[in-house]
Write a protein that binds this ligand. Structure first.
Ligand code: HEC
Length: 118
């Protein structure tokens, strides 16, 4: 009977979809597995990158915003995550208010540390 035939053919198809689902799950697992430095890089790109230079070369978009790779010369990185959570009230006039969790603030500082050059 043709109807059974069609049903059988239908069951043979899901394999490519299952394979796609596995790839997507692998991607999600990878995202959850990111190191603090990688999380910090993503957060900084989203929250700080339009004013500060984030990368090892190049300069930022905001005149006067210090390049992150030279931040250690200017601020104490040890306490920076606390100051970030407070919105960097001192010395950060143009920065918009942002609410960061402790983990987000630590991740951003971990990223900043990872790119320091003397
Ligand atoms: C709207 C632009 C803007 C954004 C967005 C911004 N900044 Fe800044 N930031 C500045 C400017 C301008 C300065 C320099 C302020 C000064 O010297 O008075 C600065 C200074 C700083 C300093 C040095 C403060 C000090 O005490 O000397 C740190 C640290 C810093 N920013 C971190 C960050 C981080 C981390 C983010 C993202 C979470 C961020 N900024 C987002 C504009 C910005």
């Amino acid at each position: 009977m043709p109807t059974i035939d069609r049903a059988r053919r239908g069951t043979a198809r899901p394999a490519p979809f299952a394979f796609g689902a596995i790839l997507i799950l692998a991607g999600v697992a990878q995202a959850l597995d990111r190191t603090p430095v990688e999380q910090g890089r993503a957060l900084a790109a989203q929250l700080c990158g339009h004013c500060h230079a984030l990368h090892v070369t190049g300069s930022g978009m905001h005149p006067g915003a210090p390049s992150f790779r030279h931040l250690a010369a200017r601020v104490e990185l040890d306490g920076l995550h606390e100051r970030l959570r407070e919105g960097l009230i001192a010395g950060h006039r143009d920065m918009p208010q942002m609410k960061l969790t402790r983990d987000e603030a630590r991740a951003i500082v971990a990223f900043i540390r990872s790119i320091q050059t003397p």
